[in-house]
Design a protein around this ligand. Structure first.
Ligand SMILES: C[S@@+](CC[C@H](N)C(=O)[O-])C[C@H]1O[C@@H](n2cnc3c(N)ncnc32)[C@H](O)[C@@H]1O
Ligand SMILES: [Zn+2]
Length: 179
């Protein structure tokens, strides 16, 4: 990470084969460049659940980023183009949290036109709905795509057993990325 000032104009947003809109390099990006800061309204997890818990029971799409156990950034309020960076199983960027701020940093040299992506690291939870793997299916297209944007890739047996026969969970939205 060469600094905390995002490199100006290193990417543009346009339609992506992965999902919706994505971020594409407009020039070669050196390893370690800060390509963007993930910004938006800073809210609590409770507020994130109030905003998106109901809408997103059948849809994984949000612009949330978990910063800590207290704070979530809602990129749909006051956010910038970094909110369009998709998850990749073979990431060329990573999200680095420094003093509560989130920076998207390149982890290798990225060539112009490449789509930027980082590992969302969305953890599994005990109250995941039965269709969680469908909701979070990964379409990054990487040769070694693990098929899901959740971590770990497979639901641990303990969680699967707990959910068996249970009613669909009203699980809150899953913030994109985070710790
Ligand atoms: C922060 S948005 C990324 C921008 C999004 N493509 C858009 O057009 O709004 C995060 C959401 O994009 C979708 N997404 C991102 N990466 C994905 C992937 N590799 N496979 C499938 N969906 C993905 C998921 O719905 C995720 O919750
Ligand atoms: Zn993938």
């Amino acid at each position: 990470m060469s600094g905390e000032i995002p490199a100006a104009d290193s990417f543009v947003v346009r339609r992506s084969r992965v999902h919706g809109m994505g971020a594409f390099a407009v020039r070669d990006i050196r390893k370690g460049e800060v390509v963007a800061e993930y910004v938006g309204e800073r809210i609590t997890h409770g507020e994130a659940n109030r905003r998106y818990g109901t809408i997103h029971v059948n849809d994984s799409h949000t612009f949330l980023f978990t910063v800590s156990t207290r704070t979530v950034i809602d990129g749909s309020v006051g956010g910038n183009d970094s909110r369009f960076i998709n998850h990749r199983c073979d990431p060329n960027c990573e999200a680095v949290i420094r003093r509560g701020r989130v920076f998207i940093v390149s982890t290798r040299r990225i060539l112009a036109e490449e789509e930027l992506g980082f590992e969302y690291n969305i953890g599994r939870e005990d109250d995941d709905p039965p269709n969680v793997d469908e909701l979070y299916a990964c379409r990054c297209g990487a040769r070694r795509c693990r098929g899901t944007i959740l971590w770990p890739a497979r639901r641990p047996a303990r969680l699967a057993k707990e959910r068996k026969g249970g009613e669909p969970s009203r699980s809150p939205p899953r913030p994109s990325g985070g710790v």
